[in-house]
Design a protein around this ligand. Structure first.
Ligand code: ZN
Length: 323
């Protein structure tokens, strides 16, 4: 039944029936909208070898995810394996992430530099060096390795460079991995770890809770944007990182999203939506949501961006600890 015909039916009913019918109709609409909510969780900068060493080689976030068992797409920076002295342990850590049946494997380059500074050849080197071990692991665990996520989601400084990079990635067998929602978890994490080190329990918890509410507010914001732009809720792709704040608070975010009617899907399912195959009109190097990249009128994108839930408070705290 269309919304218009439902309104007509309600209009022609007696008051008593009208009230109960309206109630049922509302429940139906709420249910049908919430039943459509889907999100794929993607996680960058795997494996966090510095944290691994600091935590006395505990699996941390990974063991939390083991208890949740939802699809997670991971984006590996192989260069991180060589950032501490425990190279063989770091290699095993990457194996742990790869062998989990719920993870999908992706390449996030070797050194995590801005691609707008690269030539096409340099990007190719970063990609190929970045898959040295992952390609073998993928084969061993029977997984694909076909997604590339640009560090900082810097797809290139202009449309010429972006098109050249995209073509080069395609020839290497890669698709660019987009995202729709992110909540600056890296910034919350920096402040969170700062207070953790100071053993300031109440401030640590406050930052964790602020991260959860900011993330949920952003989901609401992008749901509204999705409804306005496409008249429906598209499957979201959430971007976050392998870090301390997610070890402590990602399970809460997942629970809250589940309570709000979200179903957790793999990236392949999200990317199967034709929405993800639209033209990218954004030709700058900044890491903005794909919702904005798909807007032909980039002035409209700017209007939406200014309406995003503010990061001012965490930005101030982040700036303060940097000094
Ligand atoms: Zn990254």
């Amino acid at each position: 039944m269309s919304i218009l015909s439902s309104v007509f039916v309600v209009h022609s009913m007696s008051f008593k029936w009208k009230t109960s019918f309206t109630f049922l109709l509302c429940m139906f609409l709420i249910f049908s909208v919430s039943a459509q909510k889907k999100v794929a969780i993607s996680m960058d900068d795997i494996p966090n070898t510095k944290k691994y060493e600091k935590d006395d080689f505990q699996l941390g976030l990974l063991s939390k995810l083991d208890s949740i068992q939802i699809p997670i797409s991971i984006f590996v920076i192989e260069g991180l394996i060589y950032k501490t002295d425990s190279i063989s342990k770091n290699f095993s850590l990457l194996m742990e992430w790869t062998e989990r049946p719920y993870t999908t494997l992706g390449n996030h380059s070797f050194n995590h530099n801005r691609s707008s500074e690269f030539t096409v050849e340099q990007l190719e080197q970063e990609v190929l060096k970045g898959e040295g071990i992952s390609r073998e692991l993928a084969r061993y665990y029977g997984k694909d390795l076909k997604y590339f996520r640009f560090p900082f989601n810097d797809l290139g400084k202009d449309s010429l460079q972006q098109n050249a990079f995209k073509a080069q990635l395609k020839s290497l067998g890669y698709e660019i991995m987009p995202f729709t929602v992110e909540s600056a978890d890296w910034m919350y994490n920096a402040v969170y770890e700062h207070y953790l080190e100071q053993e300031d329990r109440s401030r640590t918890v406050a930052i964790g809770e602020a991260y959860v509410s900011q993330t949920l507010a952003l989901f609401e914001f992008f749901e509204a944007l999705s409804l306005e732009e496409y008249g429906r809720l598209i499957p979201q792709i959430y971007l976050c990182h392998d870090n301390s704040i997610n070890e402590a608070y990602l399970p809460t975010i997942i629970e809250e999203l589940s309570d709000r009617g979200y179903e957790f899907v793999g990236v392949e399912e999200a990317l199967a939506d034709p929405i993800y195959h639209q033209t990218n009109y954004y030709d700058k190097k900044w890491g903005v949501s794909w919702f904005y990249r798909w807007m032909e009128d980039q002035d409209e994108a700017m209007v939406w961006m200014r309406k995003e839930p503010s990061l001012e408070s965490i930005q101030k705290q982040f700036d303060a600890i940097q000094n």
